[in-house]
Write a new protein. Structure first.
Length: 283
């Protein structure tokens, strides 16, 4: 009986394609992801629905691990927030985005576990920390991303706040960065590329189909925001830690949007596996 490597579905005898997510199934239970260079050659298709569905099925293969890892990061973030809550808003936002940069190598652990599950490998909880093996390039990447957001917050809440167009420009710059370098972390850990090489390959790939990729990250961001908003309201109303005001809600919303990050990351690794293939077996 054939088994789909992407979602784990078992097909009937003689079935060669998964009826749930579409890829060809191998009779021995493993669908190889051919290594490709989507930055050249024929134009590829960005299958947004397929990536989200595959990401969900991948999550269901190891839900306890993903949830446990999220809870660890959540605990660290809550402790940090409680400690720094009295700090004035501009400095608080800068510290928060510095923490986001430091967490970049940890978040990549979700990529690693997802990639191993897609390859039908057995995962251990320690695999979530495999991104620490690539700490330096991932930290630099996280700092670049956090710098854009940090400057945005500094401008928005302290400096030049009366120039209303500046926050819009920084938001667009942050979105452009996320879009252009969407596949950079995975290229670092899967292809073992240097950071600048990975960023260049990601940029060249996204440029070919930037509009569908934009739709992908916007849809994933919307899913995270909806889930994050619901949980943020529950945290505020139940815990009583924060006075229910816009600033407090934004702070908790930001935390929970980050905590729903696996939805985003797992769908992105599904897109990476489809477009680039998976080269490494060990991370």
């Amino acid at each position: 009986m054939a088994t789909c490597a992407a979602c784990g579905n078992e097909g009937a005898e003689g079935v060669t394609f998964c009826k749930h997510c579409g890829p060809e199934m191998d009779p021995e239970g493993f669908t190889p992801f051919e290594v490709k260079d989507p930055s050249t050659g024929p134009l590829f298709e960005v299958r947004i629905g397929h990536y989200i569905k595959t990401g969900w099925h991948t999550f269901l293969q190891y839900p306890a691990g993903f949830v446990g890892f999220i809870l660890i990061l959540l605990t660290v973030n809550i402790v940090f927030l409680l400690i720094t809550y009295p700090i004035p808003a501009p400095l608080l936002w800068l510290l928060w985005y510095l923490i986001i940069a430091l967490f970049e190598p940890l978040w990549v652990g979700v990529y690693v576990v997802s990639a191993k599950l897609l390859q039908r490998q057995t995962c251990a909880f320690t695999d979530f920390f495999a991104g620490l093996h690539y700490f330096r390039p991932l930290l630099i990447f996280g700092l670049i991303d956090a710098l854009i957001w940090g400057v945005d917050m500094l401008v928005r809440y302290h400096l030049l706040w009366h120039y209303r167009f500046l926050p819009v420009l920084f938001n667009l710059a942050s979105m452009a960065f996320t879009l252009a370098f969407l596949f950079t972390p995975m290229l670092v850990i899967d292809r073992r590329l240097r950071l600048w090489e990975a960023m260049g390959l990601s940029l060249r790939t996204v440029q070919r189909r930037w509009l569908p990729f934009l739709g992908l990250i916007l849809l994933l961001g919307l899913l995270s925001a909806v889930i994050g908003s619901v949980i943020a309201l529950m945290v505020i109303l139940v815990s009583g830690v924060f006075i229910f005001e816009l600033a407090g809600f934004r702070t908790v919303l930001l935390i929970w949007c980050r905590m729903t990050g696996p939805i985003y990351f797992i769908a992105c690794i599904a897109a990476y596996a489809d477009l680039f293939g998976l080269q490494s077996k060990e991370y």
